[in-house]
Design a protein around this ligand. Structure first.
Ligand SMILES: [Zn+2]
Length: 542
């Protein structure tokens, strides 16, 4: 519930035109820790920072009073006001006394406390990813259920880290796939088709309902489970992440915005804009159930770590989960955390502005369970070239402009819907891959249709020249009245009231032009302007 004090603060903010111009450089000094903690507590209803203690970190960091003291001190200095204390990971179950004691200590220190389970190294191994299980195996299902019953006995809310999937193709799974039947305990369920994704999705949906949600609620009627979706959205269905039914079944959803450094040899290849795209896309599916984003320090520099934070906030998240305490104490972690701490006041201020506004721009249609074919992550790259995307999972009939890729082929009515959209005269951008698939089905020979050359390699979009990009954007941004001239790797975010954000992912500063006005944006920095007003869009965090 929104308190009177918060409502008054919001009213004052609405009454004045707020204009922030922020460079990429971190603020000059660390925010005094106590002040930052007070700010975090005051703003946690709008946006909250949280962290997670893995089961092993519960054992190693939270099993002594000194360890808990150090963790509480770190959290306070990092504006973290909520912690997830994990009961199970990688075959290890944390001790009940340690979990219970850590929970009580954190609660006494003013933190919200929830649990977590990571479903790795449980029972029979999958033939695929290391650490993943074969859930066709009934003994594995039993063990899984026991883990969630254990967690629900300790916590009212439990997060599930993004290993809640299966890619097993063992003979037992294969026989069930061919028989088009999922068996969970005593019950069997029909499966729509005989593809692996049909089997894996049905299996994970039914397991979630029976072995997780129902089992947890029998132990604790107040038990709430959060499904955290990974950042690899184009492969969800292959491994059984079924975003429509699972989002409907689970109490809350969380979103992986851990893009890491595009150039990193081990972790790279995902451009920064992906964090924003997936946060908005899953936010559209989850609505008020969608709680927050989640990012980590692996394969990051301070700059990319901060960009993950910014993308999560621009994506409309109401919480930023910093995975995880132990990893943030080593390698790249401490420097990332130092940079984050310096930027938290700004991130909270931006989150407050974003939360009041609706995004506008170019609709980007990715139906649930849609296949990327040779256009994997194309949305992320389209965002990196300065098109302000409005991600959606349903056909954007009423959008003023839209982008379509081969993902849209998942929609059986696409040809008719697209033909009507084109006939309306609104600007349309299509990938060359989709244009080829629609040959003979939809007439694309209209002045309002542009085709963009992906040539099966979305990252090529980053190589387009500013001249090419400026002319590509011009018709698409005409309905918003915001023509945008900028080189590649500069993203634009537009809001319904005319507010905007420009983020520069280039190392060097750029001078861009938005609606006829020049703006200088620092290297790896952002610039923004908030108009007065902005009505409430996001409900207060639950
Ligand atoms: Zn199997």
């Amino acid at each position: 519930m929104r308190s009177m004090k918060k409502a008054a603060t919001a009213w004052v903010l609405r009454a004045i035109a707020v204009s922030l111009f922020c460079g990429g450089a971190a603020l000059a000094e660390d925010q005094p820790a106590a002040e930052l903690w007070d700010l975090a507590k005051a703003k946690q209803g709008i946006h909250r920072f949280s962290t997670l203690f893995t089961a092993h970190q519960v054992r190693d960091n939270l099993s002594s009073e000194g360890g808990i003291d150090a963790a509480i001190d770190w959290c306070r200095k990092t504006a973290v006001t909520k912690v997830y204390v994990e009961a199970f990971r990688d075959g290890y179950q944390a001790k009940r006394e340690a979990l219970q004691h850590a929970k009580e200590r954190f609660q006494a220190a003013g933190f919200e406390v929830s649990g977590c389970v990571t479903t790795t190294r449980i029972g029979k191994r999958s033939t695929g990813w290391n650490g993943i299980s074969c859930y066709t195996d009934q003994a594995t299902q039993e063990r899984l259920q026991a883990i969630f019953e254990y967690a629900a006995g300790l916590f009212d809310e439990t997060m599930i880290d993004d290993f809640w999937f299966t890619d097993c193709q063992c003979p037992q799974c294969d026989a069930a796939r061919k028989a088009k039947t999922v068996t969970v305990g005593e019950r069997t369920y029909p499966v729509a088709g005989d593809a692996w994704e049909d089997y894996h999705c049905e299996l994970m949906v039914r397991l979630s309902q029976q072995r997780l949600l129902a089992a947890a609620r029998r132990v604790n009627p107040k038990a709430r489970l959060i499904i955290k979706y990974p950042q690899w959205y184009d492969q969800f269905q292959e491994r059984g992440y079924e975003v429509l039914r699972e989002t409907a079944d689970f109490d809350r959803t969380w979103v992986g915005t851990e893009t890491r450094d595009y150039q990193d040899r081990h972790w790279g290849g995902t451009p920064q804009y992906e964090g924003y795209f997936i946060m908005r896309w899953l936010g559209g599916i989850g609505g008020p159930k969608c709680g927050g984003g989640w990012y980590d320090p692996y394969g990051t520099t301070e700059r990319t770590y901060l960009e993950q934070a910014r993308q999560t906030v621009l994506g409309g998240a109401r919480e930023s989960m910093l995975f995880c305490y132990g990893s943030l104490l080593e390698h790249t972690g401490p420097k990332n955390v130092q940079t984050l701490r310096q930027n938290i006041p700004e991130l909270l201020a931006v989150a407050e502005q974003v939360g009041r506004r609706r995004i506008v721009g170019v609709a980007a249609y990715k139906p649930a369970n849609s296949h990327p074919e040779k256009e994997g992550r194309v949305f992320d790259f389209v965002g990196m070239i300065g098109l302000p995307l409005v991600p959606c999972h349903e056909f954007p009939t009423d959008a003023p402009a839209a982008f379509f890729s081969v993902h849209a082929m998942k929609d059986p009515d696409l040809p008719a819907k697209l033909a009507r959209f084109i006939a309306s005269g609104k600007p349309v951008l299509l990938t060359d891959g989709l244009a080829a698939r629609l040959a003979g089905k939809v007439s694309l020979a209209a002045a309002n249709v542009q085709t963009i050359p992906i040539r099966s390699e979305p990252k090529r979009l980053l190589d387009l020249t500013q001249e090419e990009l400026d002319s590509l954007r011009l018709p698409l941004l005409r309905p918003s009245g915001c023509p945008f001239r900028a080189p590649s790797r500069v993203a634009l975010y537009l809001f319904a009231d005319g507010s905007w954000v420009i983020e520069n992912f280039n190392d060097k500063p750029v001078v861009v032009e938005l609606a006829g006005k020049q703006q200088r944006v620092a290297g790896r920095g952002w610039t923004m302007q908030w108009k007065s007003g902005g009505r409430e869009q996001a409900p207060a965090i639950q």
